[in-house]
Design a protein around this ligand. Structure first.
Ligand code: UDX
Ligand code: UDX
Length: 459
């Protein structure tokens, strides 16, 4: 099938950047991103590209170049579905917060709604592409919804999981290690492969069956998260011995069988994918009665929760066992640098724990505003919105946020944190002035020379 019109349902962190790059690299294909959230669509259409709803280095430039030419953002879902030969489903699949599989299984409500929507309005043959991360065998459900419309329309379902990481999404899309396409129909697979072939070498476009493709996505994220939990586990051991986790990471990373990436000890991984995907894997394993398999992967999450908790426990015990009424300045709220995404960010859980000990939290993040910080804490439901509002303040300036603070906690590895005038920060803080570097980004010797009581992870 020759593709001239692509529709993507879901203008989020995945749909937005992915479609922008597809549009840039395929000037002859009209790419339209639809979303039920009118406000989000309006932000994507904002004349000033610095107001796009998603911050990703390099994204604004691509949107500026393609928007209005062959990249469009609209809320007209039915019309766009009708005119497209290929439809990507890129809606969110959060962990279920109710009913069976609560706290574990993926909530496929939105994916199903999309499938029903497509089934209802399609009048010509369509290729439907799962872009959202889905539990293995979801394609089966989509297929059965699409094939039972009673209409004379043919649907082919493909799984095309996204491997981009936020903060480097544009680079990851422009130069992917691999593109994975799972499907039954060779013709449909080749139609999608052709879209990518505009810029991705053929030998990096993998074709598999649907189930392998779905499972590969979960497995890739589980392996990556497992590396972080592994090094984080060793970081605790380092703190009790005289080993330094950075030295250990370097030494093991030079073993080409292990490799250097994803060995940065941290306050724990966050983001919308790792926890959700591992929970998914665990849930699937349990549903096949594979207890040992489920327990094995679940431990990656247990260790991650432990690492977040350990960080805040250590902060409290170092501050003479009480943070009540003390100003704790948090630098960073996003789950990693170069993104405004805060989903599952370790900062939320550390702040929540410190708040339960009656700390006053002061937050500064270069890309996250105070409303988002409040919303993230309110979502946990640990205390009233009024209390969160009273105890947590956001600032626009790193020197204001740290002024009169008892401690600074570094939660995100933003590059700008390294460039601050740390002497000035020290001078304005309460003494002794503590730094808890949750990302190991500052120079310990420099900090100690200024006079800080400096602690980091795994040293
Ligand atoms: C992605 C993936 O799709 C998901 O599977 C992965 O696990 C996390 O990352 P992401 O793009 O980050 O999701 O999600 P989000 O930024 O929340 O965007 C999803 C968009 O879909 C939202 O803008 C939402 O309004 C839209 N949506 C949701 C619809 O248009 N229709 C729906 O029925 C539901
Ligand atoms: C991840 C996967 O990398 C990507 O392939 C997939 O498609 C979506 O999920 P993302 O969640 O955007 O991407 O970010 P990633 O760079 O993987 O980081 C996840 C978390 O791990 C962050 O909180 C990060 O700070 C943390 N991390 C990462 C570490 O703590 N140490 C590391 O060495 C690397």
């Amino acid at each position: 099938m020759k593709i001239t019109n692509i529709c993507c349902i879901g203008a989020g962190y995945v749909g937005g950047p992915t479609m922008a790059v597809i549009a840039k690299k395929n000037p002859n294909i009209k790419v339209t991103i639809v979303d039920i959230n009118a406000e989000r669509i309006a932000a994507w259409n904002d004349e000033d590209v610095s107001n796009l709803p998603i911050y990703e280095p390099g994204l604004a430039e691509i949107v500026e170049e393609t928007r209005g030419k062959n990249l469009f953002f609209t809320t007209e879902i039915d019309k766009t579905i009708k005119e497209s030969e290929m439809i990507f489903i890129s809606v969110n699949t959060p962990t279920k917060t109710y009913g069976k599989g609560k706290g574990m299984a993926a909530d496929l409500k939105y994916v199903e709604l999309c499938a029903r929507n497509i089934a209802e309005v399609a009048t010509t043959d369509k290729i439907v592409v799962e872009k959202s991360t889905l539990p293995v065998r979801t394609a089966q459900a989509i297929k059965s919804i699409l094939h039972n419309t009673g209409k004379d329309v043919k649907f082919s379902i493909l799984s095309n999981p996204e491997f981009l990481a936020e903060g480097t999404a544009v680079q990851d899309l422009l130069n992917p290690d691999r593109v994975l396409i799972g499907g039954e129909s060779e013709e449909a697979i080749e139609s999608l492969a052709n879209v990518y072939a505009s810029w991705v070498p053929q030998d990096r476009i993998l074709r598999t069956n649907v189930w392998s493709s779905e499972l590969s996505k979960l497995t890739a994220n589980a392996f990556l998260a497992q590396r972080i939990s592994s090094i984080n586990a060793i970081s605790e051991l380092c703190e009790h011995t005289e080993a330094d986790v950075n030295e250990v990471a370097k030494a093991i990373g030079m073993d080409s069988r292990i490799g250097p990436k994803f060995l940065n000890a941290s306050i724990g991984f966050g983001g919308s994918c790792f926890q959700k995907d591992i929970l998914n894997l665990v849930y699937i394993a349990r549903s096949y009665n594979l207890q040992a398999v489920a327990d094995y992967w679940e431990q990656v999450i247990i260790l991650n929760d432990h690492q977040k908790r350990r960080f805040s426990d250590n902060l409290i015990s170092t501050l003479y066992n009480t943070v009540s009424g003390k100003k704790i300045a948090m630098l960073g709220w996003a789950f990693k640098k170069d993104t405004n995404d805060t989903r599952e960010s370790a900062a939320i859980y550390v702040a929540d724990h410190l708040l339960s000990e009656q700390a006053n939290i002061a937050v500064y993040d270069p890309k996250v505003n105070g409303e988002k910080v409040q919303a993230d804490l309110n979502y946990l439901n640990t205390r009233s919105e009024a209390e969160n509002k009273e105890l947590v303040k956001s600032y626009n300036d790193p020197y204001e946020v740290t002024k009169d603070a008892h401690a600074v906690a570094i939660m995100t590895e933003w590059d700008e944190f390294k460039t601050y005038d740390w002497q000035k920060i020290y001078d304005q803080m309460k003494k002794p002035a503590f730094i808890f570097d949750g990302r190991n980004i500052l120079d310990p010797i420099e900090m100690k020379n200024i006079g800080f009581e400096y602690s980091s992870i795994g040293k």
